[in-house]
Design a protein around this ligand. Structure first.
Ligand SMILES: Nc1ncnc2c1ncn2[C@@H]1O[C@H](COP(=O)(O)OP(=O)(O)OP(=O)(O)O)[C@@H](O)[C@H]1O
Ligand SMILES: [Mg+2]
Length: 329
């Protein structure tokens, strides 16, 4: 049985549009549009979407940093708008690109300061701070000012701060953005350790590989709406019959693109490789066309098939399929 740790019900956020006329008319922009979902205890849940999709706005509403226009958020069963103080006891948040710790204080001083702020008794705080500093490999630099830390260390001290009160729910906005590959990998391991402790992790990302590796379930969000929600495996299975098919040929003719599309292929793209003098054609298969149909079509027109391969479906393919656009556009 899964236990709901975060429940979003019809969550919506409108921002007033700028400009005199807009203000007069009360015109608004809908950043988060009727988001309903449940995040279970002990899972890593990802909000995946392009820039401006509404990911940060959603987690700011959960963390009580923004007030929803309508809809409800419950964290650990507690309504965050009605009982923010109580709800926040369950939540630790690290926002992207915002200073959540003081740069003029040392790592240790920051943790001591926030421990006092959260009302953690000194005798509990001291060992907990030492353990966090050690766990995040900050113990040797604990007495240096945070301004001297690297980006990765700053991210880790922010994470330590978010974990100080031992929250059940950890919310991370773009946790690996701006980190080098090694630091990003370390951070992903830390996130999995936090899950192993039974905590619930909600993160946002626009890195598909990260979402794929890290998340138990993913909500794909676009223009403020959830357009798909499932495990990475199930999301990709959605496209199993529509998987990407690559064909290498000696000949290529513009008209064949239309012919293949008429047969039911999608996103047909052709490029010419100067060195091999071969054409590389990629297309998405769906119910209307099989890889055999596509090959037969090309063979019948004398394309001269050199090679063909079906690629694994990625979350990028799923995103393109759902929205008609690439996540990185
Ligand atoms: N305070 C605000 N006032 C007006 N519009 C806002 C405000 N905050 C966010 N928005 C708009 O709401 C939309 C969603 O923004 P949000 O920051 O939630 O997106 P995001 O998915 O986190 O994107 P990114 O990947 O760039 O971080 C954007 O179009 C943004 O410009
Ligand atoms: Mg954001």
């Amino acid at each position: 049985m899964s236990i709901a740790m975060v429940e979003l019900d019809g969550l919506r956020k409108e921002f007033p549009l700028r400009g005199r006329d807009n203000r007069k008319n009360g015109a608004t922009f809908v950043a988060v549009d009727n988001v309903t979902c449940q995040i279970d205890q002990g899972e890593v849940f990802g909000l995946l979407g392009p820039n401006g999709a509404g990911k940060t706005t959603t987690i700011k509403m959960i963390s009580t940093l923004l007030r929803p226009t309508s809809g409800t958020v419950k964290a650990g069963g507690i309504d965050v708008v009605l009982h923010p103080t109580q709800a926040l006891r369950n939540i630790g948040t690290v926002l992207a690109g915002e200073r959540s710790v003081y740069w003029k204080l040392t790592g240790r001083e920051n943790l001591e300061y926030f421990a006092a702020l959260y009302g953690i008794p000194k005798r509990l705080a001291r060992p907990r701070i030492n353990a966090l500093l050690e766990r995040f490999s900050l113990d040797k630099r604990a007495d240096e000012n945070v301004e001297k830390y690297s980006t990765g260390m700053r991210q880790r001290i922010s994470l330590a701060k978010a974990l100080l009160a031992e929250p059940q729910i950890l919310i991370l906005d773009e946790p690996t953005a701006g980190l080098d590959p090694q630091s990003a990998r370390n951070l992903r391991e830390i996130i999995l350790e936090i899950r192993a402790e039974g905590r619930t992790v909600l993160l946002t990302t626009h890195y598909m590989e990260e979402a794929d590796q890290l998340c138990d379930r993913i909500a794909i969000i676009d223009h403020g709406r959830i357009i798909a929600l499932d495990t990475p495996g199930n999301l990709k299975r959605m496209l199993e019959d529509k998987r990407l098919f690559s064909i290498e040929t000696q000949q290529w003719c513009e008209e064949w693109q239309h012919g293949l599309i008429e047969l039911g292929a999608r996103n047909v793209q052709a490029s010419f490789d100067q060195s091999s003098r071969h054409h590389s054609i990629t297309l998405h298969l769906n119910g209307g066309i099989t890889s055999g149909d596509a090959l037969t079509y090309l063979v019948n027109r004398g394309a001269g098939i050199v090679n063909f391969v079906g690629k694994d479906v990625s979350l990028e393919d799923v995103f393109i399929h759902l929205t008609g656009k690439s996540l990185r556009e």
